[in-house]
Write a protein that binds this ligand. Sequence first.
Ligand code: NAP
Length: 464
Amino acid sequence: MAYATTNPYTGEVLNVFPDATDSQVDQALDDAHNAFLLWKDTPLSQRKVILQRAADLLRERATDYARLLTLEMGKITAEGRAEVEISAGIFEYYANNMETLLAPEALSVAHPNEGKPTLVYEPLGIILAIEPWNFPIYQVARILAPQLAAGNTMLLKHASNVPQSAAAFDQLMLDAGLPDGAFRNLFATRQQVEKIINDPRVHGVALTGSEGAGAIIAAQASRALKKSTMELGGSDAFVVLADAELDKTVNWAVFGRHWNAGQVCVSSKRMIVVDEVYDAFLSRYIEGVAQLKAGDPFDPSTTLAPLSSQAAADEIRGKIREAVAHGATATEVGPKVPSQGAFVQPTILSNLTPDNPAYYWEFFGPVTMIFRAKNEEEAIQIANDSPYGLGGSVFTADPLHGAEVAKRISTGMVFVNHPTSPKADLPFGGIRRSGYGRELTDLGIKEFVNHKLICIVDIDAPFL
Ligand code: NAP
C-alpha cells in the first residue's frame, strides 16, 4: 500500500512517499544492530537524559505535531495536543523510573546451598514495531520509550496513511540525542516487514492494529521463533447500574464513544444499561450525542471529527447496513454531518441479538451498540459475551461495589466511573482476540528483555 498523506476533511492528497528500497531496509538493519552494540552498554544515566529530552521536545513542538495529526488522520486539535502530552508523559515516565524498573532482583531460595540467585534484565537487540494510524504519535511513544529504556533498538513500520507523523519521529529522536540507527522509520512493504522479522538480529515484534494483521504478523514471528506482543481490537462494555449518577454517566458515555471520532481500541462501544435506568439513560444519551458538532477538525468548536479516511467511513456504513440486514435497528442521531469529509452520522444500534453477526463486531467509528439488561447479573453476562477482552467500565454510585463488578468483567482493563483511559503510568493490553502482552509500566519494559538468572554458588557442600 502506498504511503501518502490524504486530508480526510478535504480529501486532498497532500504528499506521497515512495516505499523503502531493499537497500534502505538492509542499511536500517545494519545500523540498528550496530547502534544496539553501543546502546546496550550505554549507562542508564545517559539513556534517561535522551528520553527526557524527547519528552521536552514533544512538548516544545506540540503545536506542530498536533497539526500533523489533524492533517493526516483528521484528529481535532485539542485531542491532538492531548495525544502529544501523553506521549511526552510516557518518555518522562521511563526517564524517571527506568533505573528502578530495571534494577536487578535478588531471589529468595529455600536452601542456602542453592547459592545467591539474582535476576537481571538484559536487552535483546532490534525490535520491530508495527503501528496503527489512530494515535500516530502516542502508539509509537508507547513502544519506543520502554524499548529504548531497556537497551533495545527499534525499527518502525507505521500505518501507510500517517507517513509524516512517522517520519517526524526520526527527527525527534535524532534531535533528542539518540545515536543514529537506534530508531528508524521505514516505509516498508509487507515483503520487507517479513524479511525484517526473519533477520536474525531482530528479536521481537510488537504490533498494534487489527485482528487480521495481528494473526499474520504473529504467525510470521512464531515461524521465525521470535516473541511478539499483540495489541488488537476491542469492543469495550460500558455498564450502567441502577444507582449510577446519570448526568455524569451520560457525559462520559458520549465522550467515551465519540472521542477520536470513535476510532479508539478502548472506545465505549457497547452501552449495557440495566432495565430500571435504560429509558432515562437512552433519552439523555441521544440528547448528548446530538450536541456534538461535526466539522473542520482545525476549528476549535468542532467536537466530532471526520474518520481517518473515506474508505474507513464507507466500511463502517457498510457494517451498519449489514447489522440492520440481520435484524438490528439503526437510529441516526443529531444534525446531519457535513457532506464534505469522511464523516459518519452518529448512529445507535439497538435490538442486537447474539444471532446477528454484528453483535460480536468492533465498530471503529461513531456507532453505539446499546443493550437493555434485566439486572446487574445479565449486564455482566452481556459484557463478557464478546470475542474481545480489552477494556471496559462500570458506572455506579457505590465505587466499592463497582470494583466487585469490575472483577467479574473478563478484560485486561476495567475502570469504575470512567471510560477506559490510557495513561502514561498505567499498563495497557487485553486478552482473547484483543491480543496478548502488555505495554507501558514495568510490564511493557520487560516484554522484550532477557530475564537472566545469575546464581553465585561458592560452597563446598554438594549441590542439591
Ligand atoms: P491494521 O489495518 O491492522 O493496521 C495496523 C498496522 O499494521 C499498519 O501499520 C498496517 O500497515 C500494518 N499491517 C496490516 N497488515 C499487515 C501485514 N500483512 N503485514 C505487515 N503490516 C501490516 O489496523 P487499522 O485498521 O489501521 O487499525 C485499527 C485497529 O487497531 C482496530 O481494530 C483497533 O481496535 C486496533 N487498535 C488496537 C489498539 C490496542 O492497543 N489494543 C490501539 C489502537 C488500535 P498499512 O497501513 O500499510 O496497511
